[in-house]
Design a protein around this ligand. Sequence first.
Ligand code: 3HC
Length: 305
Amino acid sequence: PVGAPDKSLAKKITKVGVIGAGLMASQFALLFVRRLQVPVIITDLDQARVDKGVAYIHDEIGKLEAKGRLDSDSANKLRSLVSGTTDKSLYADCDFVIEAVFEEVGVKQQVFGEIEKFIADDAILATNTSSLSVEEIGSTLAHPERLVGFHFFNPVAVMPLIEIVKTPQTSDAALSTAFVTAKGLRKNAVLTADAPGFVVNRLLAKVMGEAARAVYEGTPLLTVEKAFAPIGLPMTPFQLIDLVGWKVAAHVQDTMAHAFPERFFASENFHKLAELSEVVDKDKAGRVTGWSKSAEKVLKGAVGS
Ligand code: 3HC
């Protein structure tokens, strides 16, 4: 697929719903508030998760204020535009609802099913899935034409790209809204095929998966890092795994291995590395600070040098 459809078909966004209050969701919820200056409502399974997401956004707004990027009136306005709830009926007047819940098709279908009961027939739904089939996620919707893939990268505030994914059912209005929204968020949008891993994760999964395998085969982790660093990408493979989170990285590996068993390894190398390290917090999403350094200490001697 190439090009974006007619901009005039884009729906005006006046209120955004974010399903999920984890790290990625909170990061892009902030971006929506900051760039579109519209109310954003965040929901999750329970109030504690919602509160954590909202607190993250308030913190980040505070940091922007401290850096002089926002004056206090603007910062307060942004804070007032963010609200968190577990009551999904409050999504009723959202015209753009994006999810970043657990990466499982059934979970995403379930949350969209709940939301669809409340929103208008022409409201747009977007998924931030990193590698699952957007068409499959939309297959249980009453209106699958309203669904589009809208994939952000971590850290959302800085990474300039959004992958937009169209399914055979996606309407021109939904696609156009996605492109216009990405522009409003000041991101570059690319339209990718609805193929596992889209474009970027397909490439990064190779880097991260092969790095883990190289370590498992006996090259010390820091050697892998040192060998890769001069290539000039902003992060080495294990720094990248730290950044996206061990669990997310492993999940992307498994999705790719399931889709292309002849080209990708399952995440078993990640799991073996994690088992070798006593310091990996396997349940932690997002940055696992110092994982690569700490894992290296444990790996020395465990897999030879
Ligand atoms: N939130 C907000 N801002 C952040 C941030 C965060 N989590 N991390 C960094 N920043 C900001 C800093 O505040 C700083 O802003 P300033 O210059 O305006 O003050 C700017 O980014 C640069 O930060 P630093 O100087 O601390 O660090 P670096 O220059 O080393 O850059 C980096 C950090 C931007 C993260 C850079 O290392 C990078 O681009 N890394 C590659 C990241 C990447 O590949 N991401 C994709 C991951 S894959 C993914 O997300 C897909 C998913 O589906 C798995």
